[in-house]
Design a protein around this ligand. Structure first.
Ligand code: SF4
Ligand code: SF4
Length: 282
């Protein structure tokens, strides 16, 4: 079972839910993998405290231009859909941070002046947090291309009975890359106007991908009832409603999981795992 934990916006408690699910599932037995695909700001490690074993660089393809061979025809700039290569006055400028590695420019160059080069965009670290197999992607500072790194994290993941993917926030390409291939998407939201707005965008995105989804309403006793009403009106399953509890927030600030605090919270996440199994089994 591969569950993506996502949210329309940051700060909803997505990582809190994802890490607690992984921790509690591992306590119950069976193999569990946690993939931190929030590669611009991975912080699952703060709570799961893994021992990192491997640390491998991830590279993507970028063009390398030999100006001695270049005739200044401009074809590379015309082919590139991402403005990552520009030809002007027999000078060719490249912008690797915009390059999608599509190979268009070096295949199109009639003078053979462009070859494929590699740039490091980040790292994939793998390890273990107790019984949880732990993986995280770390995007290099200044890098904009997180999707290839997310793909690398997912490729490096071991087979497991339960895989939890901690997705980036939002609804853009990195989220789609993280969610792709999951059997269910759990969207974590909060009952505020911003929460509702961004949840509705996230639901549209996941539905486009054809993946079943459900919602966790975090801090359910704050805000108003419109988000719950929206879910009911649109037949969206609400798998859990989690109140705002000071003791949990204090534990969070110390890097502790709610499930480590007491059996009460552990049982809450056990029920959420059961609800996910039922949803996936439908
Ligand atoms: S396509 Fe090749 S020859 Fe033409 S401008 Fe680009 S690098 Fe130069
Ligand atoms: S590899 Fe593709 S995206 Fe990158 S510069 Fe060449 S044409 Fe543009």
């Amino acid at each position: 079972m591969r569950i993506a934990v996502a949210s329309g916006k940051g700060g909803t408690g997505k990582t809190t839910i994802a890490t607690n699910l992984a921790y509690v599932a591992a306590l119950a037995g069976g193999s569990v993998a946690y993939l931190d695909c929030d590669v611009e700001a991975p912080n699952g490690a703060i709570f799961l405290k893994p021992k990192i074993g491997e640390d491998n660089p991830v590279t993507t393809s970028v063009p390398k231009v030999d100006l001695d061979k270049c005739t200044g025809c401009g074809l590379c700039g015309e082919v590139c859909q991402f403005s990552a290569i520009v030809s002007m006055n027999k000078t060719v400028l490249t912008f690797p941070e915009l390059c999608h590695g599509c190979a268009g420019c070096w295949l199109a160059c009639p003078a053979g002046a462009i070859r494929e080069d590699q740039q490091e965009i980040g790292r994939v670290q793998t390890g273990a947090a107790g019984q949880v197999r732990f993986l995280q992607g770390l995007l290099n500072i200044g890098q904009a291309m997180s999707s290839p790194l997310i793909r690398a994290v997912k490729t490096a993941a071991p087979q497991a009975d339960l895989t939890i993917i901690d997705c980036p926030p939002g609804t853009s390409c990195p989220v789609i890359e993280a969610v792709r291939g999951s059997c269910y998407v759990l969207l974590v939201s909060e009952p505020t106007p911003f929460g509702l707005h961004d949840l509705s965008l996230a639901i549209e995105t996941v539905r486009e991908l054809g993946i079943p989804l459900g919602v966790v309403i975090n801090r359910c006793d704050s805000g108003d009832a419109r988000l719950r009403q929206y879910c009911d009106d649109n037949a969206i399953a609400v798998l859990a409603e989690i109140p705002d509890v000071r003791a949990v927030a204090e534990a969070y600030s110390r890097g502790m999981l709610a499930a480590e605090l007491s059996g009460h919270y552990r049982q809450g996440f056990e029920r959420l795992i059961e609800a996910l199994r039922r949803e996936v089994g439908r």
